[in-house]
Design a protein around this ligand. Structure first.
Ligand SMILES: NC(=O)c1ccc[n+]([C@@H]2O[C@H](COP(=O)([O-])OP(=O)(O)OC[C@H]3O[C@@H](n4cnc5c(N)ncnc54)[C@H](O)[C@@H]3O)[C@@H](O)[C@H]2O)c1
Length: 256
């Protein structure tokens, strides 16, 4: 039996990066995967790869910061696939985000809209859908930024807010058999992330040196953690913050 057999899993921002790795893994584990993104071609390409391997996938183009888009997406998913059993809050918009005194107010607002309001809107609709089918699992991708002062004001504020909001969801909807857990990854080797670090080779070497394991993570490693939380193997796991960071928060051995 595959680990997500007979489940419908909606993953926001699954057109690339960690989201597409989760979409492909969840499909291999038997889920019908809803690949949400604002980027149409990226979402379609992920669906095509999943179908090419015999999996089931539906592209759902929607801006998760728009309540109307999120409503339309959930209606289409329920019509075509049935109730949502797994939600992964993964999409982000993050660009030009900086220290608090340098921060542009419009960048702050848009970052919070996608990274915090987006998961709020998707979770709200998903709970309604999950209640129809006896429960479900919500996995929210936060970041080590929520646990450590490493930069990006609005992104960090959103990621910290997600930990508090999604813990509350666990407390308030456990009685509906809905689990809610948060994953905080360290730096992960996605295309966007590597395009950034290619511009700063010396900074990248310093970054690697912060990790006890001497490397950053892979999208597939975060996907494996999300799969565990989404599946029945984690049936007694809710309200947790799961760190996957190669030891970053543990710190490095002190040498005199
Ligand atoms: N990559 C890392 O180093 C890293 C580290 C810690 C946490 N994370 C977290 O992991 C998750 C995935 O990160 P990633 O690096 O794969 O991101 P990414 O930038 O590669 O992908 C994000 C996706 O979200 C989509 N998106 C943007 N705005 C959207 C919107 N309004 N509605 C729907 N989709 C939208 C983008 O088109 C893109 O496909 C994020 O929550 C991120 O904060 C990533």
């Amino acid at each position: 039996m595959k680990r997500l057999e007979n489940r419908v899993a909606l993953i926001s921002g699954a057109g690339g990066g960690i989201g597409s790795a989760m979409a492909e893994l969840f499909a291999r584990e038997g889920a019908a995967v809803v690949v949400n993104d604002v980027a149409v071609e990226a979402a379609e390409a992920v669906c095509a790869r999943i179908r090419g391997h015999g999996g089931r996938a539906m592209a759902a183009v929607a801006d998760i910061s728009s309540a109307a888009d999120v409503d339309r997406m959930f209606q289409a998913v329920e019509r075509e696939c049935g109730a949502v059993n797994v939600l992964v809050n993964n999409a982000i918009w993050s660009t030009g985000d900086t220290t608090i005194i340098e921060e542009d107010d419009a960048v702050f607002d848009k970052t919070i809209a996608v990274c915090l309001k987006g998961p709020y809107l998707c979770t709200k609709r998903a709970i309604g859908s999950m209640r129809k089918s006896g429960g479900g699992s919500i996995v929210t991708i936060s970041s080590v930024n929520a646990l450590l002062g490493v930069g990006e004001t609005a992104y960090t504020a959103a990621k910290g807010g997600l930990i508090a909001m999604m813990r509350l969801v666990a407390a308030e909807y456990g009685g509906d058999n809905i689990r809610s857990n948060v994953i905080c990854p360290g730096t992960i080797e996605t295309e966007n992330c590597m395009n950034y670090w290619k511009q700063y080779p010396a900074g990248y070497a310093k970054l690697l040196d912060m990790y006890p394991l001497g490397r950053i993570g892979k999208p597939e490693e975060v996907a494996a953690y999300a799969l565990f939380l989404a599946s029945n193997e984690a049936a007694f796991v809710t309200g947790t913050v799961c760190v996957i960071d190669g030891g970053l928060l543990a710190g490095k051995k002190f040498e005199v």
